[in-house]
Design a protein around this ligand. Structure first.
Ligand SMILES: [Zn+2]
Length: 339
């Protein structure tokens, strides 16, 4: 299938195997009386939150609420996008240049910030909704805290949406867009990695994670944490955790920010960041950096640090996205493959 056809499919709302209200159904059906794990302050323990009847009723009411107007972001949008994108990427995007029908996947890996002729774009008709979903996710992150947002599930997101005015209820159309973004086959974008989290509402159990002090990030106990501990002791204090385990909500927010930064180019976004569901951060991979290097930790510059070289000498480097990877993703020397 040619990329142009996919674009037409996106615009027409076809080509999504599990679209058409899947999330909407889920939001209606999966709400239950199980306690939610809540941690409002990063330094507080995670607690169970039991919901009373009134909250449940108001939540259900919210889910059935009529379509709300998209949030108008205006000039706040750019700084919001920057704040999210800068977390995991190069702050200086390269010059956009259209390459003429370059079919070589390696060209895309190498020139990941360039535009290719057959890149897939978010249709204009979807963009206002895209902005309003992005804003609701941003407000949720502000509400739950940067660290906790990494672990948030979609079920918990809905609860915050209903109970915090700054987040606001998701409209049916917004939920459908989230649904589409999650269930689009990423090969349509030109991303050839594996979908490792297939359930949109997958949960990361906070009890299975460990919050790494001063990092604002969590690691899965077991393989990920053990691997990080070993790295810490072998490389020293100058090695830091820059991103740990991330749930679908967090990955969705990062991916949407990348899309906005890429001028709605979904393919370009997917060359820098795995689409939601496709990130190995969901199941244990993590990113490391060097103290003081800042955003450059998410550039090739990290591959020139002593920390990286020592990791290499000690045989640690099992990089997920190598320089010549066939996933259609840029070289990521900072991303540690665990799983
Ligand atoms: Zn990573």
């Amino acid at each position: 299938m040619k990329r142009r056809d996919v674009l037409a499919g996106f615009a027409a709302g076809v080509g999504f195997t599990l679209g058409n209200g899947y999330l909407w159904q889920l939001a209606e059906n999966t709400y239950n009386r199980e306690p939610l794990k809540v941690q409002l302050d990063a330094d507080e323990p995670i607690e169970d939150l039991f919901l009373d009847e009134e909250i449940i009723a108001s939540f259900e009411e919210g889910i059935y609420a009529p379509k709300s107007d998209p949030v108008v972001l205006g000039e706040k949008l750019q700084s919001a996008i920057d704040a999210v994108v800068n977390e995991v990427s190069d702050p200086e995007p390269g010059t956009l240049k259209v390459l003429s029908s370059a079919d070589d996947l390696l060209d895309r890996v190498r020139y990941f910030e360039r535009e290719f002729e057959d890149d897939l774009y978010l249709p204009e008709s979807e963009r206002p909704l895209f902005h309003s979903v992005f804003e609701r996710l941003r407000q949720t992150e502000k509400t739950v805290g940067h660290g906790n947002f990494n672990l948030l599930s979609f079920d918990e997101l809905f609860l915050y949406a209903r109970n915090y005015g700054n987040v606001g209820q998701f409209s049916r159309a917004e939920l459908d867009l989230v649904d589409k973004l999650f269930f689009t086959d990423a090969r349509d974008y030109g991303f050839f990695g594996q979908k490792v989290t297939t359930e949109l509402t997958a949960k990361i159990n906070p009890n299975d994670t460990y919050k790494v002090p001063y990092s604002g990030h969590f690691l899965l106990k077991g393989g990920s944490l053990d691997h990080y501990r070993q790295l810490e002791s072998d490389i020293g204090d100058s090695l830091i955790l820059t991103s740990g385990v991330r749930g679908n909500v967090k990955q969705m927010h990062l991916f949407m920010a990348k899309c906005l930064e890429s001028n709605y180019n979904l393919s370009m976004a997917s060359r820098s960041l795995a689409p939601p569901g496709y990130s190995y951060h969901g199941i244990g991979d993590f990113d490391v950096g060097r103290t003081g290097l800042g955003y450059a930790n998410f550039t090739e510059e990290f591959a020139h640090t002593d920390e990286f070289k020592r990791m290499q000498d000690l045989g640690y480097i099992r990089i997920r996205y190598t320089e010549d990877n066939r996933f259609g993703v840029r070289f990521e020397p900072w991303h540690i493959k665990v799983v």
